[in-house]
Design a protein around this ligand. Sequence first.
Ligand code: RP5
Length: 187
Amino acid sequence: MGSEDNAVISRRRPVVPSPTPDSALSPQPSALVAVIMGSKSDWETMRHADEMLTRFGVPHECRVVSAHRTPALMAEFAATAEGRGLKVIIAGAGGAAHLPGMVAAQTTLPVLGVPVESRVLKGVDSLLSIVQMPAGIPVGTLAIGQAGATNAALLAIAILANNDKSLREQLRQFRHEQERQVREAKL
Ligand code: RP5
């Protein structure tokens, strides 16, 4: 693992998505959502959460935090998340995907888990690892892969929208646009 693996990307407004979590930007104190992932290799999936949050203009940060390769960093991230102003954590991981559960164990912020599609078991291992949390420490688990990453962002936005009327309106418009596209679909 190079030093770039712990770097952070912060997002505040729409930008061209970058697959390089090595931009070494400082985390912005105003980030409301953190998108973390166990490996840089998860970015191809997790960038879809980044893109949706960017589309809605939600201040967020993206970073690699590995439960098994950087356990101390994970603990520090979880312990400081609430104090830094984060409201929701989206955590993606593949294989023996313990990152979402381990982070959830160390914060009371809502944690949304995204099972990354693994090479050998196609993400079913990731899904079962994330979804089967024992009672007491919840992880809101999404679908495997891109759909899960996109929906994790939309769910985070819905949570934030409870206290943000403008975000709620944006979410309504997003749904209306989806509906319009389906109604007008020509085959
Ligand atoms: C997990 O192991 C990561 O979330 C990733 O999905 C998987 C494989 O990681 P790499 O070997 O590609 O770094 O920790």
